[in-house]
Design a protein around this ligand. Sequence first.
Ligand code: SPV
Ligand code: MG
Length: 298
Amino acid sequence: MSRTAQFRQLLGSNALQIVVGAHDALSARIAERAGFGALWASGLGITASIGLRDCSEASVTQVLAVLEYMADATSIPILVDGDSGYGNFNNVRQFTRKLEQLGLAAVCLEDTAFPRKNSFAVGSHDLVSPAEFCGKIRAAKDAQTDENFALIARTETLVAGRSLNECLDRAAAYRDAGADGILVHSAAPDASQVLAFARQWQRRSPLVAVPTTYYRTPIAELEAAGVSMVIWANHLLRASVRAMQSLCEQIGRERTVAAAVPSMTSISELFALLDYDELREAEALYLGSDTKSPAPER
Ligand code: SPV
Ligand code: MG
């Protein structure tokens, strides 16, 4: 089954799906090997890993380069955090076509104005009008060539401090414009806003939540309210940052890695993650035997 079809199946599933955020090819490969059915290509994660802020600092080509590595390194579907689409409807449709060409399975576009800010960054969060955002959704849906390529419309209405009613109105308009699912984001420390939205949304389309701030809410509670997909968006990145910081501190203190190595991934585990064995097998197949073990020079 194609990756786009696999993602469609997950999105339409009756059981709540857990999706993990990755930020580069290696983290994507790790999440795939752990058995997840789909990945979130996190804007926060990708920009952080190239040393930029998640505030429209990275260009579309910089992000596409990372997405291409991620798609090439995995075979499960990837839902791309497309931010506000890197411009207007025209940039959105170019972006959509490019994602399809590179093997990404779905895109999530949000109704923020350019330049955007990460939802948890201090400062104002400006939205575009529902009409403008619906135009972007329609442009993306018209641009896709694979009918299974999915578009998730993300509304930042609650992050922007606006009302639940506006959030519901926007979500309904986005669904009517052709969105295959709705992502309702919230920066609140508890899930009350998202649960209230979910209960009123009444499963009118697949509903995605990103519980970065309300991570303590039981998954069963989100599911019972009508959330169908949960994204743990930035936790692989955050866990790896802490691990690297701790190791740096330890090396600074002890001047040696002796005590740290046993708890690390071994070089051979790293090789296994990157399929070094496949290369050995391919060498046996394709390298001529005369070139395999050249006679030592005298
Ligand atoms: C991202 O991973 O870039 C997201 C999710 O958009 S969050 O950072 O939690 O807003
Ligand atoms: Mg993002």
